[in-house]
Design a protein around this ligand. Structure first.
Ligand SMILES: C[S@@+](CC[C@H](N)C(=O)[O-])C[C@H]1O[C@@H](n2cnc3c(N)ncnc32)[C@H](O)[C@@H]1O
Length: 258
């Protein structure tokens, strides 16, 4: 089943975001921040419910592909409520350091509460930072690995985000980017769209979040295919890039090495 990591349909004007029909177009960054903040309280429950827990397996795979290891300094971009950051934290241990980075203060606040509630000793190595993935406040070559879960599809300037990931990664290190797969196989696309229309949107509607989830389908349609993601990474300077289809082709994970 689909994991509910939605979302927005970029308009043809890159500075504007197409919103649900009853809303007017507004500056996209602000609107996207607001949207993620609105869904923050129920986001984790919905993910578990809609993916039947499978998003946890895909996230473990993404972290494993990042190559993060004990003692590393790592970055989880678009961290949301922190699932990937927590997995990275367990991997790098107390000698390592994890930064969870997101532009939604509410999502970071959920992440921080979970960090305190779960109270695992190693989670003390996580710091939450608010900011924009296209303007990272870190020096060149700062990180041993980067993960990004269901974030790139929602960033309008994907090239800039990839450039920034390249810049802050140490040479030889990897970025691992998990998201919905924009499949080139019509059968997979039909299954994906059926699940969004018949499972994801109706369930989100039950949480009062119909508008927030209504654009998942078009956001996947307007995302990049695996081959296009590989091409983008190579254009931004990565030395190699490989996209893996997972979850029966419903999800995908790009692994690119600086
Ligand atoms: C679908 S959620 C994914 C959260 C988490 N990575 C996960 O897999 O559960 C996408 C997250 O990306 C964040 N986001 C989207 N665009 C961003 C940007 N330009 N800069 C920083 N965060 C962004 C949102 O606030 C949201 O928390």
């Amino acid at each position: 089943m689909a994991s509910l990591h939605f979302l927005l349909r970029p308009s043809s004007n890159p500075n504007l975001l197409a919103l649900p029909s009853r809303s007017r177009p507004v500056q996209c960054a602000n609107e996207r921040q607001a949207l993620f903040s609105r869904i923050a309280p129920v986001y984790d429950n919905l993910n578990d419910f809609l993916s039947l827990g499978q998003h946890r397996i895909w996230k473990r795979m993404a972290v494993s592909w990042s190559g993060a290891k004990r003692g590393d300094d790592v970055l989880d971009l678009c961290c949301g409520s922190g699932d990937l950051a927590f997995l990275l934290s367990e991997r790098v241990g107390s000698d390592g350091k994890v930064i969870g980075f997101d532009f939604s203060r509410e999502q970071l606040s959920v992440a921080s509460s979970r960090q305190h509630l779960l109270s695992k000793a190693c989670y003390k190595n996580i710091e939450w930072i608010e900011g924009d993935a296209t303007k990272l406040p870190f020096s060149d070559c700062s990180f041993d690995a980067i993960t990004m879960g269901y974030g790139l599809r929602n960033v309008l300037d994907r090239g800039k985000a990839m450039q920034e990931m390249f810049r802050v990664l140490k040479p030889g290190s990897r970025v691992s980017i998990l998201d919905f797969n924009k499949s080139t196989k019509p059968f997979i696309t039909s299954i994906q769209e059926w699940m969004i229309d018949n499972v994801v949107v109706p369930v989100a509607t039950g949480y009062g979040l119909a508008d927030e989830y209504a654009y998942l389908k078009s956001s996947v349609q307007e995302f990049l295919t695996g081959k296009e993601l590989e091409k983008l990474a190579l254009e931004m300077g990565f030395s190699n890039a490989k996209h893996y289809e997972i979850g029966g082709g419903i999800m995908g994970n790009l692994v690119a090495k600086r």
